[in-house]
Design a protein around this ligand. Sequence first.
Ligand code: ADP
Ligand code: MG
Length: 383
Amino acid sequence: MTVDTILLVDDEPGIRKVLGIALTDTGYTVHTAENGREALRIFRAVKPPIVLTDIKMPDMDGIELLRIIKREDPDTEVIMFTGHGDMDLAIKSLKHEATDFVTKPINDEVLEIALKRARERIALRQKLREYTESLEKLVEEKARKLVEAERMAAVGQTVTELSHAIKNIANGLKGSIFVLRKGIELDNKKYLREGWEMVAGNVDKIKNLSLDLLNYGKYAATHFCLSDPNTPAQEAVNLMRAKAQELGIDLRTELGGDLKACGFDPEGLHRCLLNLVANALDACQDEAAAGRDKTVVVKTRATGDGGIEYQVSDNGCGMPQDVQSKLFQSFFSTKGTGGTGIGLMMTKKIIDQHDGRIEVQSKPGVGTTVSLRIPARQAPPDA
Ligand SMILES: Nc1ncnc2c1ncn2[C@@H]1O[C@H](COP(=O)(O)OP(=O)(O)O)[C@@H](O)[C@H]1O
Ligand SMILES: [Mg+2]
């Protein structure tokens, strides 16, 4: 069965007809059912990867249908239609692992977004399945490719540490295989889910690692030009604002009003600040920082000697001394599958190329301030 097959369940003939036509036009193969019982019959016969169902229907309601479908095939993506004011039902359906809900009257765009998400999840699962089939081979190959990559020249002596990072992922994957195998042997959903999450985490980590490495390699040369020092700070904050908002973190700037344009690499500084803000947001999400309002502030100011200082402060988890002493080591991360340890190593490389300095002040349980100081220049260092 392809991803493009949809089962559409609604007791209103109008909706079945209109939506059925719209979805068929978009390229889906659509089966329709007017009630839960018929829906189940079709579901069992056709095994559609995506089900769209109304929540409120006579006899078997949408939630009951969702529950049965999820029990028979947890991979099915079920999108619920809800009326206005059905928020409780909508939330209940999410608890039963509905993919999404769409409010009636149904807006085509909203539905397409929900369907896109469902397709993405299906594609992701398919990918994971492929990954698990040859995990170790994949990791070995990745390692070889990464090591061979031309860009690795820039990483130089860190290849050994990189192998270490990859070996950790391989071990993580090995562990996931073990848990998955137990889950299959014992027919234990909990193990299967845990194993699944471990695989997903490790695959994420491989992805992040390759992306970060690629970025790191790309940033081979610094391009100095006369720029406004506030611009990279403002841009980094703009980029991260949506994420901060989603996490309930107050991300703001305090930009010096009297900064003169000077010679630095705006793209490089932008990357540094993105790394620092990303770390600050991570620190705010850490358990050790739970229970208070989170703030991340990005500041700029002119230093006494005519240079510029950027500061990123958070009131997140902070770091103990032993973490602080390893911060700039390549691939050092305390974030498990969530981190690659490339952010600060890259930040340091860029600041070094500016003849600048990085200073870290941090207190466990209180927060962290990272300062980047770069000297003012009017032209590239080699000009
Ligand atoms: N603002 C911060 N608060 C607490 N810990 C931090 C902060 N910034 C960096 N760290 C620590 O430094 C480590 C390395 O950071 P980084 O090089 O960006 O790698 P990553 O973010 O991928 O782990 C992090 O794993 C974390 O332990
Ligand atoms: Mg980071």
